[in-house]
Write a protein that binds this ligand. Structure first.
Ligand SMILES: C[S@@+](CC[C@H](N)C(=O)[O-])C[C@H]1O[C@@H](n2cnc3c(N)ncnc32)[C@H](O)[C@@H]1O
Length: 225
């Protein structure tokens, strides 16, 4: 049995690195300076909504809608590719990061941000089941994709996410890859592998690096090819 994760491990590391909140503040400045209109924040692996709330606090006035996706039961069963060198990422086992639930996530976001219920869009279930149900024209009517956070840890999950994002991302969208430096930094594994394969293959979007942040994460800005 893998060791139990330390609850506040990353929050303790936060002080030593550029924090998530600092990146969100940069995105606010970027939106102001780059004539970016209002729009939405999207998070894949939203869990209990903590990061989405932090994003909204920094991006108030720019972000009108929050989209969040999660099983809320924790990581799904690992696929074959997720099992390669699984010992490099001992916290990514099935059921880990189980959240309080979709309702809790929605209520917490509402209470902490005061966003209207209709502007909080929570999708419960596997990405492979929920992403095909998203109405892309409705999404477009909710404005600019200001910031997309990919925090789903597993290669197989990230493949679904990047495929979904291909038609959505725009020049100026911030793409935050939470798990970039996981798996001992091996680019052939995890979310980073899915990200690099998608960059090679998608044919529509490329990214320019902003910085590393929050210990394991990387911030990019998208541009259309
Ligand atoms: C590290 S946690 C996210 C933490 C959260 N972003 C935060 O900052 O509080 C990773 C999340 O990804 C979710 N996840 C991973 N693969 C998924 C999939 N295929 N479909 C839906 N959710 C998935 C897990 O349920 C888990 O909640």
């Amino acid at each position: 049995m893998p060791p139990k994760p330390e609850g506040h491990y990353l929050s303790r590391l936060n002080g030593d690195f550029i924090s998530k909140a600092s990146v969100f503040r940069m995105i606010r400045e970027f939106a102001r300076y780059s004539n970016i209109p209002q729009g939405y924040y999207m998070e894949f692996g939203i869990m209990n909504g903590g990061t989405a709330i932090s994003a909204y606090r920094q991006l108030r006035g720019y972000v009108t809608d929050i989209y969040g996706f999660d099983t809320f039961t924790g990581h799904p069963a690992q696929q074959e590719e997720d099992k390669i060198r699984a010992e490099f990422a001992p916290y990514f086992f099935e059921g880990n990061y189980k959240a309080e639930g979709a309702d809790y996530c929605r209520k917490t976001i509402r209470a902490e941000t005061l966003i209207a219920d209709e502007n909080i869009h929570i999708y419960e279930g596997l990405f492979s089941d929920t992403l095909p149900t998203v109405d892309l024209s409705k999404l477009e009517s909710n404005g600019f994709p200001i910031c997309v956070m990919v925090d789903c840890d597993l290669y197989s999950s990230a493949v679904d996410v990047f495929q979904f994002l291909t038609p959505i991302l725009q020049t100026g969208t911030w793409l935050l890859i939470d798990d970039f430096w996981c798996y001992r930094g091996d680019p052939k594994l995890g979310v980073r592998r899915a990200f690099e394969e998608w960059l090679q293959d998608n044919g529509r979007i490329n990214v320019t690096l902003y910085d590393n942040f929050n210990a394991y994460s990387r911030a990019y800005i998208c541009y259309e090819l």
